[in-house]
Ligand binder design. Structure first.
Ligand code: HEM
Length: 151
């Protein structure tokens, strides 16, 4: 994505050894070496984090209309997962010699910190202001589109 070469085809990252002939069937299927497998695993966990955060948000849509909306635990755990896996992904990609788009990551991190702060502070409130709740959903969706559209 953001770094030179991109994660989907990491064969052109600087400093990579070996070529197509060196990798077995599994290696070709997965993209390449163990480091790439690790990065892909963390991307998977990152996506599970989005699922929890956004899925938790969607479970509250009806409550939003009824004025009984609240931040559910899945949203807090999802936001925390996003932070941990996101930071790990930056580290893993830099360790592999790729470059990350620091402005893009910085914007995503800033939005996530707002999300996490709101969800954490209000986690025990029986109901929250629906505008505040809506803001968390909006920021999450914004982050998804920043992730996929900002190249
Ligand atoms: C609500 C918050 C976030 C959302 C919704 C989100 C969403 C996504 C999505 C959909 C992807 C996969 C897109 C792609 O690879 O083209 C992605 C990748 C990535 N995210 Fe996030 N993200 C969030 C927070 C963060 C944070 C806080 C960081 C870092 C501190 C981060 C770092 C990364 C990195 C490094 C990748 C690239 C993985 C790769 O291409 O190898 N993300 N994110």
């Amino acid at each position: 994505m953001g770094w030179s070469g991109g994660r989907r085809c990491s064969g052109n990252r600087p400093g990579r050894r070996g070529g197509p002939g060196r990798e077995g069937r599994l290696g070709v299927w997965l993209g390449s070496g163990p480091m790439d497998v690790l990065i892909h695993l963390f991307v998977g966990l990152h996506i599970i984090g989005i699922a929890a955060l956004l899925g938790g948000f969607f479970t509250q849509m009806k409550a939003m209309g009824e004025g009984t909306v609240r931040f559910v635990p899945a949203m807090l755990h999802g936001a925390l997962t996003m932070l941990v896996t996101g930071v790990a992904l930056v580290g893993l990609n830099q360790a592999e010699g790729g470059t990350v788009n620091t402005v893009k990551i910085g914007v995503k991190l800033a939005l996530l910190i707002v999300i996490l702060g709101l969800v954490y502070v209000k986690r025990d409130d029986e109901t929250v202001d629906k505008r505040l709740f809506g803001l968390v959903g909006l920021l999450t969706v914004t982050n998804v589109f920043i992730a996929v559209l900002w190249t």
